[in-house]
Design a protein around this ligand. Structure first.
Ligand code: Z5A
Length: 201
């Protein structure tokens, strides 16, 4: 089973994934925890290019999109597909929905560009996607206590509002795959919400 976790910054994806990972391991399941952009040494290098603030040269939106998919192609081929073939449960922190929400809804890129990339380079979509949803300010407050802001975290609230609307659109269009979790609740309550969906499937 392939499960992805989506949402705007600081909503608690990493916290939930770790809890689910520990839960599955305690049950004796074979589970892999991974993330995007990243998940392989080469894809992690691309991640660092994507997140580093470069005051000398602004990254174009097209470059950002293509780097996300370069990292994803590597991650899919080297990590996700082999793990699924090995019947592991794959827990992935962000996947293609983030590209739609950030690069299309947020940056304003044409969604046909994304469709083209998905059709040609994404052999497998998640079986379930948890969308952790909370007001932008809630996530920002949680995330920003960590200190230095990366290239995305420096964006304004209006950008993240568009990203959140992008996730809401995906949820509306694909209610079977994408489950909304109320991320304003405590980490334990968010975990219980996710577990109850998983028990249903
Ligand atoms: N990006 C993109 O543009 N296009 C793409 O296709 C992909 C990604 C794949 C890096 O992602 C950036 O890449 C991302 C989008 C872009 N940028 N942004 N924004 P990332 O996932 O690494 O970055 P992030 O979203 O900023 O992750 P994060 O800040 O680490 O957030 P999180 O994982 O959702 O939250 P967390 O680490 O679990 O929790 C944050 C803090 O809140 C922490 O102190 C927790 O203890 C606390 N927390 C967690 N849950 C709760 C609850 N329920 N209550 C109270 N406090 C909580």
């Amino acid at each position: 089973m392939f499960i992805s976790f989506e949402g705007t910054e600081g909503v608690g994806k990493t916290t939930l994934i770790r809890k689910l990972h520990d839960h599955f391991q305690a049950l004796g399941k074979n589970v892999l925890l991974t993330r995007e952009p990243g998940g392989t040494p080469m894809a992690e290098q691309i991640r660092s290019l994507l997140l580093t603030v470069n005051h000398d040269e602004a990254m174009s939106h097209d470059t950002e999109l293509l780097l996300m998919y370069a990292a994803r192609a590597q991650h899919l081929e080297r990590v996700i597909l082999p793990a699924l073939a090995d019947t592991k449960i794959v827990l992935c922190d962000r996947f293609t929905d983030s590209s739609f929400a950030y690069q299309c809804a947020g940056r304003g890129l044409d969604r046909e560009k994304l469709t083209l990339l998905n059709d040609n380079f994404v052999a497998r979509m998640p079986d379930i996607t948890f969308w952790l949803d909370a007001p932008i300010e809630t996530g920002m407050l949680r995330a920003r206590e960590r200190g230095a802001l990366d290239r995305f975290e420096q964006e304004k609230v209006t950008f993240f509002e568009k990203v959140r609307a992008g996730f809401a659109e995906i949820h509306h269009n694909e209610p079977t795959r994408v489950k909304r979790l109320d991320a304003t609740q405590t980490p334990e309550q968010v975990f219980e919400q996710a577990l109850s969906y998983l028990q249903q499937v």
